[in-house]
Design a protein around this ligand. Structure first.
Ligand code: MN
Ligand code: MN
Ligand code: MN
Length: 279
């Protein structure tokens, strides 16, 4: 039987619904044998995940999902196998945290102009921390009865060029990839087809990504159609990239597929875990 990997998921330390302990329980019951927790711009959940998984038949990979700004695009880079106690990485995360809070405060101000009072505080209450992102604001808009669902929150308020859209000044691609690499990790482009990049732009991005030390591409990410997977597999071959796979699970309400339930990597890919000592 295929060894089951899930190298992309979120706990409530970022915008996931579950605690690291609950995430681990889900992973175990789903048969996941290698799990990477990749919270957005934080590694705060890793210690508890390790503690919970200590005596279990599962390998925990230390991960993170860093947002970067590349040209006018916000792109997500996954770090796998990072050293959580790396000082340079800690500095990068702290800078990212400041940027995230600054943006969240600005989104709160935009929403105030739309008649939503104290949106930042409400988003923090929902998240249970102050590093809130757009999904938390979307939940505020739903709770206030302003929009019916997540999707509308983005198309009417929080998405690109909408009333409460605030462009971010995330860390650079170079800083993110080098931060990951210097802390012993491998850098992977998360969900490459979600950025609405033209193929030319995607290829340009991949070249820049490789130039600064990136090695992987998420070929399977959450729910996928087969043709997209095949295209990403071809891109891996063409650019000599390793293929990664994850559910991008955020919780049952927020994700359509469960932990470990993403499709298998196409057979022509070289998996990112090829040289890991897990099998
Ligand atoms: Mn997320
Ligand atoms: Mn992402
Ligand atoms: Mn994610």
């Amino acid at each position: 039987m295929e060894f089951m990997f899930d190298l992309h998921c979120h706990s409530y330390f970022s915008d996931g619904a579950l605690s690291p302990e609950d995430l681990l329980a889900r992973a175990l019951s789903a048969g996941v044998r290698v799990l990477a927790l990749t919270d957005h711009d934080t590694i705060d959940g890793l210690e508890r995940l390790h503690a919970a998984g200590r005596d279990c038949d599962i390998r925990i990979i230390d991960g993170i999902e860093l947002s970067v700004r590349w040209k006018k695009y916000d792109i997500h880079i996954i770090g796998l196998g990072i050293r959580p106690n790396d000082l340079n990485l800690a500095e990068l995360i702290s800078s990212q945290k400041d940027r995230r809070i600054a943006r969240a405060l600005q989104i709160g101000e935009c929403l105030a102009l739309c008649g939503v009072k104290n949106a930042y505080q409400k988003a923090c209450d929902i998240a249970g921390h102050d590093r809130v992102g757009r999904p938390h604001f979307a939940q505020v808009l739903i709770n206030e009865g302003i929009v019916p669902d997540m999707k509308t929150a983005f198309t009417r308020y929080l998405g690109d060029r909408q009333r409460a859209y605030v462009p971010t000044s995330w860390i650079s691609l170079e800083d993110a990839v080098q931060g990951i690499v210097q802390s012993g990790g491998q850098a992977v482009i998360a969900h490459p087809l979600k950025y609405k990049l033209t193929r030319t732009k995607l290829h340009e991005f991949i070249n820049d990504f490789k130039m600064v030390g990136g090695v992987g591409l998420e070929v399977v990410s959450g729910e996928m159609v087969v043709t997209d997977m095949q295209e990403l597999a071809r891109i891996c071959l063409r650019f000599d990239l390793l293929a990664s796979s994850g559910s991008d699970y955020h919780g049952d309400k927020m994700s359509r597929i469960a932990l470990g339930r993403q499709r298998q990597l196409p057979a022509n890919c070289v998996p990112i875990w090829q040289k890991w000592s897990v099998n």
